[in-house]
Design a protein around this ligand. Structure first.
Ligand code: PLP
Length: 360
């Protein structure tokens, strides 16, 4: 007899992460491979975090603090938010799942952009919800388009700012105008995974004030990008107490492992590390912009640690050809690729190989 899986799984594909370096080395017999596919931190993580983790390996027989008390307190002090308004998670990925599990019943509508981070649509479908997709306008969130799709069934609106993969932003002024028009029973899940890389001063750097003003806004952040801790899995949400209490009901008992808690607390204390990656990212971005302009490739300006580029050739083919030459990027469909900004050396190698592949 065949197994009767939940119908929500029909047509779902497992998430396709950026291809691992070791796989590409093996497949093509390469010595050196550069991965610019998952928006990771090219500097690794803070040295202080590494040292603290090495000194914490004796406690692994003990379960983590399920409440992540020390991490919540560290975040509370740093962000001036009450501990009851903070919920740590195993990466922002887990938070996306938890939000969906907390709010979506079958047939509920969830509004998101196209194109944006794919886990919003996947977790909506897993819960039996209906994704309502609003195309980007000029590579940026179409907030009026989103407002026009709100119905009595709308449960969540996902806003990714800066957006993955386009790196584009919506400004503070645009957001406030938008928030004021969204009915207060709809949760706005506001994903700021790339906030630390933003250079524009019309970006809402202080999103905590939104949480204080609007009880239906949930801000999500991660230690995976600017803090260089993607491998250890830690992120968090900030929202009003009742929202956080409800999300906490669906959370597993030890969702953030003990090393992740220690890493995050230590990372928060090392602001110099974040300043350093901000600078490296900006320099890398300017270098890549110049190069793309020289070879006449269009890209929307990015405020994140990745750039969305139209290579005017099949992106899947460009992905394979770059891979053969030891560079992993992300094909995004059609003629678009997304490249993460690396160190200067990595960026140069990418450009050299891209020119070769495109015959430029
Ligand atoms: C917009 C966005 N949100 C969330 C995530 C998940 O991040 P994490 O590593 O914290 O799970 C990513 C990862 O790439 C992302 O791009």
């Amino acid at each position: 007899m065949s197994i009767d899986y939940r119908k929500e799984l029909n047509g779902l594909e497992p998430y396709k992460p950026g291809k691992p370096i070791e796989d590409v080395k093996r497949e093509y017999g390469l010595q050196r491979v550069v991965k610019l596919a998952s928006n990771e931190n090219p500097l690794g993580c803070s040295k202080k975090v590494k040292e603290k983790l090495m000194a914490s390996l004796d406690d692994l027989a003990i379960y983590p603090d399920g409440n992540a008390t020390n991490l919540k307190e560290a975040l509370s002090r740093k962000l001036d938010v009450h501990v009851d308004e903070i919920l740590p998670s195993s990466g922002a990925d887990e938070m996306i799942e938890l939000i969906s599990k907390t709010l979506i019943s079958p047939e509920d509508e969830v509004i998101m952009a196209d194109i944006t981070f794919p886990r919003y649509v996947a977790t909506t479908k897993i819960m039996g919800g209906v994704p309502v997709v609003v195309p980007l306008k000029d590579y940026t969130f179409d907030l009026d388009g989103i407002l026009s799709k709100i119905t009595d069934k709308t449960k969540i609106i996902w806003i990714c700012n800066p957006n993955n993969p386009t790196g584009t932003i919506v400004t503070e002024e645009e957001l406030i105008k938008f928030f004021d028009q969204v009915p207060s029973n709809i949760i706005i899940a506001y994903d700021e995974a790339y906030r630390e890389f933003v250079t524009r001063d019309d970006y809402p750097m202080d999103s905590i004030k939104f949480v204080k003003k609007y009880p239906n806004i949930l801000v999500m952040r991660t230690f995976s990008k600017a803090y260089g801790l993607a491998g250890i899995r830690v992120g968090y949400a900030i929202g009003n107490k009742s929202l956080i209490e409800n999300i906490n009901k669906v959370r597993g008992p030890f969702n953030v492992n003990s090393l992740a808690q220690i890493a995050a607390i230590t990372a928060l204390e090392d602001e110099d590390f974040v300043k350093k990656i901000y600078k490296v990212n900006l320099e890398g971005k300017n270098y890549l912009y110049e190069q793309f302009k020289e070879i006449k490739l269009y890209f929307p300006p990015s405020e994140a640690n990745h750039i969305y580029v139209n290579v005017e050739k099949d992106a899947g083919e460009v992905f394979i050809e770059l891979q053969k030459r030891g560079v992993i990027i992300r094909p995004m469909g059609g003629t678009w690729i997304r490249v993460s900004i690396g160190t200067l050396e990595e960026n140069k190698l990418f450009i050299e190989k891209l020119k070769e592949v495109l015959g430029k």
